[in-house]
Design a binder for this molecule. Structure first.
Ligand SMILES: CC(C)(COP(=O)(O)OP(=O)(O)OC[C@H]1O[C@@H](n2cnc3c(N)ncnc32)[C@H](O)[C@@H]1OP(=O)(O)O)[C@@H](O)C(=O)NCCC(=O)NCCS
Length: 158
């Protein structure tokens, strides 16, 4: 079965909203996170219009993705990941820029928020580069190790 990516260039973010893409998303997520969302979880969020999912693809498959949840004027980045062999090529940067420059104006979003492990240096460097700042810390947020979460926010310039 064709996935949603096959007609697009690698650096053009594609909106994903078809349940047929759930297996590819879950497979990539398993490469990026030790306890990521399952195919069933992706099937559920792909039918909920509050979730926005964007991907970058090569000619065959999803290579980077971002999952965000939006309510009113706020967008929360829930998951973002790039396939290991495609890292440090600007994929995550392209997706964050797409959220800030295109998605936020389209949905009248004023603030993007997210949680990140303080030990996740690549992710912290990514968010810092895109002007996210620390807005709080959630103690012992992550299971199973109990690492704190840094709560970051980006405010859309007025
Ligand atoms: C974090 C992650 C999404 C970055 O994806 P990526 O596509 O490799 O990132 P990019 O190539 O777009 O990098 C953009 C910027 O992020 C920063 N960055 C990304 N990876 C980095 C690394 N390993 N070390 C230091 N800085 C890094 C840099 O500032 C980089 O800009 P530069 O290459 O011009 O220096 C990727 O490492 C990943 O999938 N990690 C596992 C999942 C994860 O931890 N997600 C975040 C959860 S909060």
């Amino acid at each position: 079965m064709q996935n949603s990516c096959t007609q697009k260039a690698m650096y053009e973010p594609v909106a994903i909203h078809d349940k047929k893409d759930a297996p590819a998303l879950a497979a990539l997520e398993a490469q990026c996170f030790s306890s990521g969302w399952s195919v069933k979880q992706y099937e559920a969020v792909l039918t909920d219009s509050n979730y926005l999912i964007f991907a970058l693809c090569d000619e065959k498959n999803i290579r980077a993705y971002v999952v965000a949840y939006h309510v009113q004027d706020e967008l929360e980045i829930l998951n973002i990941g790039t396939a290991p062999e495609y890292r440090r090529m600007g994929c995550a940067a392209r997706l964050i820029r797409h959220l800030q420059e295109n998605v936020c104006p389209r949905y009248a979003i004023r603030r993007i928020i997210l949680d990140v492990r303080p030990s996740n240096k690549p992710a912290l460097a990514l968010y810092t580069r895109f002007n996210f700042v620390e807005a709080g810390r959630r103690r012992r947020y992550y299971a199973p190790d109990g690492e704190d979460a840094l709560f970051l926010e980006w405010l859309r310039p007025q």
